[in-house]
Design a protein around this ligand. Sequence first.
Ligand code: SF4
Length: 215
Amino acid sequence: MSDEIKKLANNFQKYLRKEYSDIKTILKYKTQFQLLVSIVLSAQTTDDNVNKATKGLFEKFPNAKSLASAKISQIEKLVFSTGFYKVKSKNIHGLAKVLVNEHNSRIPKTIEQLVKLPGVGRKTASVFLAETYNQPTIAVDTHVLRVSHRLGLSTKRLDPVQTEKELKMLFPKSFWRYLSMSFVQFGRDICNSKKPLCNVCKFNNSCKYYFSINN
Ligand code: SF4
C-alpha cells in the first residue's frame, strides 16, 4: 500500500469524522430483534421507508415469538412498501422462527452465527453488531464499494469481502464502525453513483476515478 494512499485515507477519515460527526442510524427500533428486522428490510430501500413499514409491523408483531406465529400474508401486507416484499417477508418470518426455535429468542452476537439466520448476510450482521455492541465491523454496501474503488482505497476486486479486508488494513480499528455510515453519506451527498459532484469534492486531486475521466 503506497504512502500516497495511506495519506489519502488519513485525510479522508479526518474529513468524514468532522463532516459526519453525529452520524447515527435513523432506523426506529426498541429492541435488538426490531433492529435486526429493520436492517433486513432496509435492503434496496430507504431507512425512512423502513420506519414507515415497521411502525405497523412492530405494533402487531413486536418480538420474535409473535412474528414467528404470524401468517406470511399478514407480514407481506405490512412490509409491501419496502419493495421485494415477498422475499423480505419470508426472510423475517424465517428469522423469527429460527430465533425462537434455536436461540431462545435471543440474537447471536457474532458475525459467524448471525449470517446463518435467514435473510442475514455479512453486511446486515456487520451493521447490527456495530449498532448494538459497538463492535468494530465494516459493512460494505454499494456506496462503500463505489467510494472506495473510485478513490482508489480499494483496488483489487469490486468485491465486498475483499474491499472490507483492504479498508481494514487502511483505517484504524477505532474508525471501522463509523466508516460504513460516513462513506454511505458521502456517497449520497458528493460521490453519487450517476452524477458525482467531482468539481466540489475535496478529494478530486487524489481521486483515481476523477483522474481517469479527465485524462
Ligand atoms: S472526485 Fe468525484 S469520483 Fe472522486 S471521490 Fe470525489 S466525487 Fe467521488
